[in-house]
Design a protein around this ligand. Structure first.
Ligand code: SAH
Length: 252
């Protein structure tokens, strides 16, 4: 991307700019994606569903590590950096928005919705994608996490992970801090949080028998799914990203 390059906006973005943000030609916006980083741009055309903008100034370079490809069956753009993968079970309406937004803000690179015995909500990939995009913009990420298709929870699914922290509210489980410290060097870390109804006995047995799975506790109280997601990812981020975040903030 270069200064003065004119880029075409997607019809969705053009619609959003005109009808929701009520922007007009000549106004400035920030555009970003994983290939080009973030640019200050001026709207040069907005007609119907077609929009264009001229790039004025680069605000943020694309991240070096943003080249990892989308995984099989994924529906969204490529992952950001080396954030963890989150396995989650669909929950109802506004609470899934909260869960997904927290996951994006806290740096996940891949999301895997799964159905298990007590999953009690329908999953809408279209609605989830809208939530992810909004959270990406809000949190000033350059990329959207990969969203995989929903699949049944089974041993083969979790076995593809190198290390998977299974958030277990009952039974034997490692202290989260110890588990993260022990496995922090794992290249691709994943976390798994259950549905509102928790896991059946058979599912727990299956998970615990899997070599890649490490059961972890998030404390003595039973948390809601979205709180559990936030808790495990916030701790991971504090542990892993403390120093990099500080240096990036200093550059802003
Ligand atoms: N209704 C279930 C609780 C489900 S909580 C029951 O009462 O048994 C939803 C999910 O959040 C759980 O499956 C688990 O993955 C996670 N979770 C909640 N509290 C937790 C805790 N204290 N430690 C680890 N994981 C927890």
């Amino acid at each position: 991307m270069q200064r003065d390059a004119v880029v075409a906006l997607s019809s969705e973005t053009t619609h959003h700019a005109q009808k929701v943000l009520r922007l007009r030609v000549g106004e400035q916006v920030r555009l970003f994606n994983k290939e080009c980083g973030e640019w200050l741009a001026e709207l040069t055309g907005l007609r119907g569903r077609e929009g264009t903008a001229r790039c004025l100034r680069c605000l943020r370079q694309a991240h070096d590590g943003a080249s990892e490809g989308a995984s099989e069956g994924a529906s969204e753009c490529a992952s950001e950096y080396d954030g963890p993968t989150l396995y989650f079970s669909p929950i109802r309406a506004h609470r899934i928005v909260w869960l997904l937004s927290s996951a994006v803000e806290l740096g996940v690179s891949r999301l895997v919705p799964f159905r298990s015995r007590y999953t009690n909500a329908h999953f809408s990939p279209a609605r989830a994608t809208r939530t992810l995009r909004a959270a990406v913009e809000q949190s000033e990420r350059l990329t959207c996490p990969v969203l995989e298709a929903e699949q049944p929870l089974c041993a083969a699914l979790v076995a593809r992970e190198e290390r998977l922290l299974f958030c277990a509210e009952r039974g034997e489980a490692a202290n989260l801090r110890d588990a993260i410290a022990e496995h922090a060097e794992t290249r691709r870390m994943a976390m798994l949080v259950g549905p509102e109804g928790g896991f059946s006995d058979a599912e727990q047995t299956m998970l615990r028998a899997c070599r890649s799975v490490v059961p972890v506790s998030l404390g003595e109280r039973v948390l809601r799914c979205e709180t559990a997601v936030l808790a495990v990812l916030a701790y991971w981020q504090a542990f892993r990203e403390g120093t990099t975040t500080a240096s990036r903030r200093a550059k802003r």
